[in-house]
Ligand binder design. Structure first.
Ligand code: HEM
Length: 522
């Protein structure tokens, strides 16, 4: 807060640079007469105010951000990182890569309570010397669905009812009960892991499967994870309700206050690695984002650390206008064929051109760092703030040219070329479709108090659902683990025998059925 005496403060102006001599009154005809239309100073001020809000994010609207840095260890496990990737951000030790991170909840609006039971968004923008790398993930390492075409339906079912404007449990469970791939994520979200104590004491993960590519053009599959040095802490529903009664923004405040007092939160960056390929030997598909890669088979290998040490100077300019996307990768990190990742990659930059504007990448929070400065032949558009540096000849805003302008970057000696063939069609993703096993594993590995909370939360919700939905959910949980189903049935007041007798869902594989041959339509 400034404590400058009045005479030292800068003079207030309009956006045209004119000094404002009276900011207290409109121009009017006489003391009590009508205001006049040529009142430019007032019109500029009020019409700008009328446009202060941009659309909030269609999901993840409630969030908070911070700046910091990333440092690579230069190793992946005991090997040099360059064995797996040629991305300099992971190879070079002693380089501090600036980052901007935004944490969020998913479903609520921009000012909704941060105690919500919801996955937490964990979006990191790394401004590397080779351009930006965004890792847009969450705290739970998996997701509800594995095909991007289902995303708008899922979000509609989870958001408020278009008639009552309330998040209705029956809408959530109606969708979930018809989509068994959600069971693993539902088991996490309805447990205490669905309400992290704050943003500092939670994990992060890229969730989707990516590839690392090395100098030889050889790729491997990879998952990225952020492990908090602060540890993990979650809340019971009762603890969350108590916090929410007094504060709807406790997680924003917690992060801001920690950074202001110099208690900088830190995460270790880890990868899980798998050879590139189909992996028929596994009982899950490595491209299925509703499954975790078991850590005993695919250990978390530390590759670097991230520290958050600076709060934004302005929430709107930085946090609200920050634009993260899964398509923003650097050389040496590549897409996998994970269908969620591919769908997401279209969606982020599309919504940002609408939400922030077509020149959103010119904003300081989104532009690459100076060393990797953007030089394009893209021109103009709404709110173009500058013209990209066109090199030697400013007339040449096209390529190729014999006269000057920008040229293509040199190609790597060996690049990664994926061989792809197949029938064009709409496939039920996954060769190994078992949506019950990992949800059951989770149930069995939770601590007692976590299981008790999970059962209570599911019971409370299912009591508000029509009976057929509650019965179907009990049927699903019973197939995950018999105890899981029995306890939820008791908590929800559902007759277990009736639920057990339900036929499998039409058009879905029966629980624990593995599918060896892919099915496709169209
Ligand atoms: C935000 C789409 C799946 C994490 C968003 C936004 C859209 C979107 C449109 C708003 C972006 C903005 O306005 O700037 C999708 C689609 C998905 C999908 C179409 C699936 C097909 C996921 C998954 C995760 C995730 C699986 C977690 C791994 C996030 C995060 C944000 C976000 C963290 C907030 C980014 C920020 O802080 O600005 N998503 N999403 N999304 N999404 Fe997704």
């Amino acid at each position: 807060m400034s404590d400058k005496p009045n005479e030292q403060r800068p003079i207030l102006t309009t956006r045209q640079g004119h000094p404002v001599r009276d900011n207290q009154a409109l121009r009017s005809v006489g003391e009590r007469g009508p205001a006049t239309l040529e009142n430019y100073q007032f019109i500029e001020k009020i019409t700008h105010f009328d446009r202060e809000r941009i659309p909030e994010r269609v999901v993840h609207a409630r969030g908070t951000g911070a700046h910091g840095y990333f440092e690579a260890y230069g190793k992946i496990g005991n090997e040099p990182a360059s064995k797996y990737t040629r991305a300099r951000v992971l190879n070079e030790t002693g380089v501090r890569t600036p980052v901007f991170v935004r944490f969020s909840t998913v479903i609520g609006g921009k000012d909704s309570p941060e105690t919500a039971r919801d996955p937490r968004g964990f979006a990191v923008k790394l401004k590397t010397v080779e351009g930006n790398w965004d890792l847009v993930g969450n705290n739970l390492k998996i997701f509800f669905i594995r095909d991007a075409v289902k995303f708008p339906d899922m979000i509609h079912a989870f958001k408020p009812d278009p008639v009552t404007n309330r998040q209705e449990p029956w809408r959530f469970y109606d969708f979930v009960s018809q989509s068994p791939e959600t069971l693993h994520m539902v088991t996490w979200v309805k447990s205490p892991w669905g309400i992290p104590a704050n943003y500092r004491e939670m994990e992060g993960s890229g969730v989707n499967t990516y590839k690392l590519v090395n100098d030889e053009g050889v790729a491997c599959l990879v998952k990225f994870h952020w492990q908090p040095k602060q540890g993990v802490r979650n809340l019971t529903g009762a603890q969350a309700a108590e916090i929410q009664a007094g504060d709807t923004g406790h997680a924003t405040q917690d992060l801001y206050a920690a950074i202001e007092r110099g208690d900088f939160p830190e995460w270790e960056f880890c990868v899980q690695i798998m050879d590139d390929g189909d992996h028929p030997e596994l009982d899950f598909d490595p491209l299925d984002d509703t499954k975790r890669w078991p850590e005993d088979q695919f250990p978390l290998l530390p590759v670097g650390r991230m520290v958050l040490d600076k709060n934004p100077d302005n929430v709107f300019a930085e946090t609200e206008q920050a634009a993260f996307g899964t398509g923003v990768l650097v050389d040496g990190i590549d897409f996998s064929d994970d269908k969620m990742l591919q769908g997401r990659t279209l969606s982020y930059s599309d919504t940002q051109r609408y939400r922030v504007g077509p020149n959103y990448l010119q904003l300081p929070v989104n532009a690459p760092q100076d060393g990797a400065r953007a030089r394009t032949n893209q021109r103009d558009g709404q709110m173009a703030y500058y013209v990209d540096d066109a090199g030697t000849n400013k007339h040449i805003n096209y390529e190729p040219s014999g006269l000057g302008g920008l040229q293509e970057a040199p190609k790597p000696a060996k690049d990664y070329h994926q061989w792809v063939e197949g029938h064009l069609g709409r496939y039920q993703t996954s060769r190994t479709l078992d949506d019950y096993r990992q949800a059951g594993d989770r149930w069995r590995t939770f601590e007692d108090w976590e299981r008790d909370e999970l059962v209570k939360n599911l019971g409370d919700d299912l009591r508000q659902c029509p009976e057929p939905i509650a019965q179907r959910m009990v049927w699903h949980f019973w197939h995950c683990d018999e105890n899981y189903g029995r306890r939820v049935a008791e908590a929800a007041g559902v007759d277990l025998a009736t639920a057990q007798a339900l036929a499998p869902l039409p058009g879905k594989p029966a629980p624990h059925q593995h599918r060896d041959v892919p099915t496709y339509t169209d």
